[in-house]
Design a protein around this ligand. Structure first.
Ligand SMILES: [Zn+2]
Length: 376
């Protein structure tokens, strides 16, 4: 464990990509180990000792998570082969997410990046089921290899359901995109299909609850709910991206004029004078009149209130030299992607060596809202 980001724990790096786990995964790891050690394993091998059951259960659970990681790494590998950067791989309760730096540029690339995930799970299913045939019950691994083979197969089939945000949704998008030559049509079809699949899962979940399988039913409803949100968010993000493409940074960055504050000002003064008084959220920090850093509300709110009298803007600002910079003529879409990749709320805009202002997330949102209301 080397660090954390948004509550996720980084457990290592592959090809320079941080591999993170959500802390919730540790609970799931415990639950899977427990259910294997007390259900599947004693059923298959009643003679196993308690220690053997728990150790085999833990090993099997770890191999299950390794399988999910393998699936995500397959996406990452194919994405990189197609010139798309990969920001991170995160394992969640519901599986994994490979965070890509952009969308594939062609239907073929979209298809390949999506399809390799389920393909890798099917490969793993074949390996585990093959092992099961070869080693049989030796070392009590019969039940584990069969379970791992089956669960990888289930993972592949579930991911092939043809709707966002599942791999099958991206495959569907790429096929519609290729056939109609319009990516937006593919995105709309895959998003709607994802919403329908989500409603289907919620419906089945409700039915299960009725039948008395309350926990299993609620689980399905939850998965349906999450899928529905993701399917909707993905379409919105695509439409928003379309609106950001071809627009220069300079058209948006001026919507709000960021105030300049000297580095010696305390957070208390900043909050009273600028944040409460004028509702501003991003600041340029200066020393002797020259801009040296940026500061936003999020950073201020992370400092304990009791320290606001003592801590100055210079103490907590992000120095300009540590930030990526954009040019006023840069495309808004790439600037926003840069912000996303670095998890920033604002970016300094430089014309040559001259800081001309900040591009803030607020301004982008405001721009999108005006744009959408105008009938976009
Ligand atoms: Zn996948």
């Amino acid at each position: 464990m080397t660090g954390s980001r948004e509550g996720n724990i980084i457990i290592g790096y592959v090809w320079g990509i941080p591999i993170q786990i959500n802390p919730s995964m540790l609970i799931i790891l415990g639950l899977v180990t427990w259910s294997l050690a007390n259900g599947l394993l004693p059923q298959a091998h009643p003679e196993m000792t308690t220690l053997d059951r728990w150790l085999t259960g833990l090993l099997t659970a770890l191999l299950f998570f390794a399988s999910i990681l393998f699936h995500e790494m397959a996406h990452a590998w194919e994405a990189r082969r197609n010139g798309i950067s990969v920001q991170s791989i995160t394992l969640y309760i519901f599986g994994g997410i490979a965070q890509l730096g952009g969308k594939p540029k062609t239907p073929g690339a979209e298809f390949r990046v999506a399809a390799i995930g389920p393909a890798s799970s099917i490969l793993l299913a074949g390996i585990f089921l093959g092992l099961n045939q070869v080693i049989g019950d030796r070392g009590y691994l019969g039940a584990s290899t069969e379970w791992l083979g089956t669960i990888n197969l289930i993972l592949a089939i579930f991911n092939l359901l043809p709707g966002y945000p599942l791999d099958g949704g991206r495959i569907l998008e790429s096929i519609v995109w290729g056939a109609t030559k319009r990516q937006e049509t593919g995105v709309r079809v895959a998003s709607t299909a994802g919403q329908l699949i989500a409603y289907g899962l919620m419906g089945i979940g409700g039915f299960r609850v009725f039948q008395g399988d309350v926990l299993g039913g609620i689980w399905l409803i939850m998965i349906g709910f999450i899928l529905h949100n993701a399917a909707t968010a993905e379409r919105r993000a695509f439409i928003a991206q379309g609106q950001l493409a071809g627009i220069p940074v300079s058209r948006v960055m001026g919507l709000v004029r960021e105030p300049e504050v000297p580095a010696g000002v305390t957070l208390q003064e900043l909050v009273e004078r600028h944040i409460l008084g004028q509702g501003q959220g991003s600041f340029i920090v200066t020393a002797a009149g020259n801009p040296i850093g940026v500061l936003d509300l999020r950073t201020v709110s992370q400092v304990p209130r009791g320290d606001w009298q003592r801590v100055t803007t210079g103490d907590v600002m992000t120095p300009l030299v540590d930030l990526p910079r954009v040019h006023p003529t840069d495309e808004l879409l790439s600037a926003v992607q840069l912000m996303d990749a670095n998890q920033l709320l604002s970016l300094p805009v430089f014309d040559g060596n001259q800081l001309t202002g900040l591009l803030t997330r607020d301004e982008v949102i405001r721009f999108l809202r005006v744009h959408t209301e105008a009938g976009g």
